[in-house]
Ligand binder design. Structure first.
Ligand code: F6R
Length: 614
């Protein structure tokens, strides 16, 4: 969703360069999803800002035509919540004295707005952010210092937010604060930074310091150099840990790939290999999770709580945990779980799955479970994320930064961790399974070597208005994931169904125009899925079956009407680990369907990488 960047430079030569650097940093935050952008600096005793609706290229053109200067500046990419995605609502918001960028939501903004309006303040935007500008301005007029003005303002705000503030009369000062929305401060020789996502600072900040809940950071340039002072939510000075940045520049470039998503799909063999090795070692034959401090004997059941693609990873785990490990498992959509006053079980493990670690509904569900003193474990891909920090224990996925908005490698990395956790809970050192796992990077590479098939077959999807995905057992969640990937990337309406549900309604949708993607490895569910495929073929559906060589032989023998059938043959894989191989296949189908349609693959319309508002 929204992205924040602030830069304070000690070099006066950087006056013209700083706005360019702000724009470059904002381009690294584009992947989070946004629909307007802006930057502001303090220069010659004035706050100067440029804002534009739409993509960053519009803002760049504006800055090019009408440059701005400064050695201190803030920037923002906005994903509209309160008010349309236009220039007036774009950040930074400002008064003559103060400029503010904001992520998150000020929940009590309308009450605050009314009381400010009653004092004669006029508002120019529809945003919740503007109240922050006017509150701070008001406190400054009452002779409070910038730090006290911010601290007093914070006492009035409700909601989850991150803010960075510039002051006209303090051209060497920037204040940043967070509550429920992440912020990281970075430093390197002549510059201080603040950002909502450390990826914005790759190659710039050598040391990073993640702010704690309620922290206020004062970034300042004095005669002796640059300094950062931190205050906690009680306004007391605090020290926080600074760590070297671990992110590499390669993470924020597409290399030779046309899209980040394609690069990330192709990174999966390496991600799987690293993830599997971290569980079982290069030559190992048993699962080892030394960092997990859980007593499997004390866990009566598992609740998996997540949203979107992460929820589907949870559904795969439910099949694994119940069928193979006999661990009772419930999978819950976080936004529903938190509002239905769930009966919480002290003997259960509550497992929060989130690639970003910032999804607001998952985070709120975690707080609810923690307030009730139940056991929590998070599987996240962003080590310093809010969910990672708030959960009792964390089991990190090793996918590396994922830039494409549609999740690919983070999903398959979640699956590895879930499988590892299932084995741990079962206390099972299943050597056969370890061998199957070690085969996965090679099997996934085989799928990736067959790009032309996906390019060709996806044409069937690219020209459709609607599509269905069918699967049984472990392939049912992958059918849901395949349909989600197609709708996200190509804007084609797609639904995943348990193949057995077909006759209970969805079959009414089938006609000669409807593509149906059938996920059918040759496993215990194959024959039944094949019958469901026959039913849709009999109604002239445009079928794409994903299967293996044995499955293909059965199709050749049993299916007479093949005129509307396309077959994609995938490597033979154990039923248990088939979700990995079939996931990569549905990712490629969605990718190429979107490529044929010419949609914005890395940043699909209306979507955000990290969903920090409800
Ligand atoms: C879809 C996708 C989303 C996320 C969902 C939850 O490709 O990535 O459905 O899975 O928004 O996000 P996380 O996993 O960050 O909690």
């Amino acid at each position: 969703m929204c992205g924040i960047l602030g830069i304070l430079s000690s070099q006066s030569v950087a006056e013209k360069l700083l706005p360019e650097k702000l724009l470059e940093g904002l381009s690294r935050l584009e992947y989070r999803g946004y629909d307007s952008a802006g930057i502001a600096t303090v220069h010659d005793a004035q706050i100067d800002r440029r804002r534009a609706a739409g993509k960053l290229k519009n803002l760049k053109a504006l800055v090019n035509d009408n440059p701005l200067k400064g050695t201190i500046g803030i920037g923002h990419t906005r994903w509209a919540t309160h008010g349309a995605a236009n220039i007036t609502n774009a950040h930074p918001h400002s008064s003559p004295d103060v400029a503010v960028v904001h992520n998150g939501i000020i929940e009590n903004f309308s009450v605050l707005k009314q009381s400010l309006q009653a004092k004669g303040v006029t508002f120019e935007s529809e945003t919740d952010t503007e109240v922050v500008v006017h509150l701070i301005t008001d406190f400054l007029k009452n002779k409070l210092s910038p730090l006290h003005a911010v601290q007093q303002t914070l006492q009035q705000l409700q909601g989850a937010f991150a803010l960075v503030i510039l002051f006209r009369d303090y051209p060497n000062l920037m204040i940043a604060t967070r509550r429920g929305s992440p912020l990281v401060v970075g430093c390197h020789q002549d510059e201080l930074f603040v950002a909502s996502d450390a990826l914005a600072l790759v190659g710039w900040a050598r040391q990073l310091c993640y702010l704690d809940e309620g922290d206020v950071a004062v970034l300042e340039k004095t005669e002796t150099g640059l300094s950062t002072h931190l205050y906690n939510s009680d306004a007391r000075p605090v020290e926080r840990t600074w760590r070297p940045s671990q992110l590499s520049a390669a993470a924020v470039t597409k290399a030779d790939y046309s899209h980040f998503m394609l690069k990330e799909i192709f990174e999966q063999p390496a991600v799987l290999s690293d993830s599997i090795q971290s569980l079982i070692g290069a030559e190992g034959t048993t699962i080892d999770l030394p960092d997990l401090k859980l007593d499997p004997g004390l866990i009566a059941q598992v609740f998996i709580i997540a949203c979107g693609t992460s929820y589907y990873a949870g559904l795969v785990a439910k099949y694994w945990f119940e069928k193979y490990f006999q661990v009772p498992t419930q999978v819950e959509i976080a936004s529903e779980f938190r509002y239905r006053q769930p009966c919480l079980d002290k003997k259960a493990l509550y497992l929060f799955l989130s690639q970003s670690g910032e999804t607001i509904d998952t985070l709120a569900a975690l707080s609810l479970v923690k307030q009730n003193n139940c056991k929590t474990l998070a599987i996240v891909n962003v080590p310093e994320s809010s969910i990672a920090r708030q959960s009792d224990q964390v089991f990190h996925t090793l996918a590396g930064p994922e830039i494409g908005v549609a999740s690919t490698k983070a999903f398959t990395a979640q699956l590895v961790n879930l499988l590892g956790l299932g084995l741990y809970l079962k206390g099972d050192h299943n050597q056969g399974l370890c061998q199957e796992l070690r085969l996965l990077p090679r099997l996934v590479s085989e799928v990736l070597n067959d790009q032309s098939t996906y390019q060709h077959v996806s044409l069937k999807l690219a020209h459709a208005q609607h599509a269905l995905y069918l699967g049984r057992g472990l392939q049912y969640p992958i059918a849901l994931e395949g349909a989600l990937k197609l709708k996200e990337l190509s804007y084609i309406h797609a639904e995943g169904y348990a193949a057995g549900e077909l006759k209970h309604g969805p079959i009414a949708l089938i006609d000669g125009q409807m593509p149906v993607v059938v996920l059918a490895p040759y496993d215990e569910w194959f024959e039944k899925t094949l019958s469901n495929m026959q039913e849709v073929l009999a109604r002239n559906a445009q079928v794409i079956i994903l299967t293996d060589e044995i499955g293909a032989e059965h199709v050749h023998r049993q299916v007479t009407n093949k005129s509307t059938l396309e077959m994609i043959i995938l490597p033979k894989v154990a039923s248990f680990t088939s979700p990995f191989v079939y996931t990569v296949a549905v990712q490629l189908l969605a990718y190429y369907a979107a490529l044929h349609k010419g949609t914005d693959i890395d940043q699909p319309r209306n979507l955000a990488k990290s969903v920090t508002v409800e």
